[in-house]
Design a protein. Structure first.
Length: 115
């Protein structure tokens, strides 16, 4: 059974930083593309950052230069370091991966950025 468990969300002032973690189980983590998505109130879920098995990364334009995705295959964990946070970064952040055509999601962690 695939499980993704996010942690690290919270309330932070604009300009602050947070680091999100997502620990995976039930999959061969080291070979998986791992993604972070977010969904703000009233908006569609959007891809924030992705990291391949070889640690190549990709970012949404809105977070480039502020967010960094990384992974630790020994810990089956993917991270999202978020710096210079803005109120518009407020959202529930979800970890995601795919296996055999099936998408798996964590329950999400809420990030609230106050102005």
């Amino acid at each position: 059974q695939v499980q993704l468990v996010e942690s690290g969300g919270g309330l932070v002032q604009a300009g602050g930083s947070l680091r999100l973690s997502c620990t995976a189980s039930g999959i061969m983590f080291s070979i998986r593309l791992m993604n972070w998505y977010r969904q703000a109130p009233g908006k569609q879920r959007e891809l924030v950052a992705a990291i391949t098995h070889s640690s190549a990364t990709n970012y949404a334009d809105s977070v480039k230069g502020r967010f960094t995705i990384s992974r630790d295959n020994a810990k089956n964990t993917v991270y999202l370091q978020m710096n210079s946070l803005k109120p518009e970064d407020t959202a529930v952040y979800y970890c995601n991966t795919e296996r055999n055509g099936v998408n798996y999601w964590g329950k999400g962690t809420l990030v609230t950025v106050s102005s």
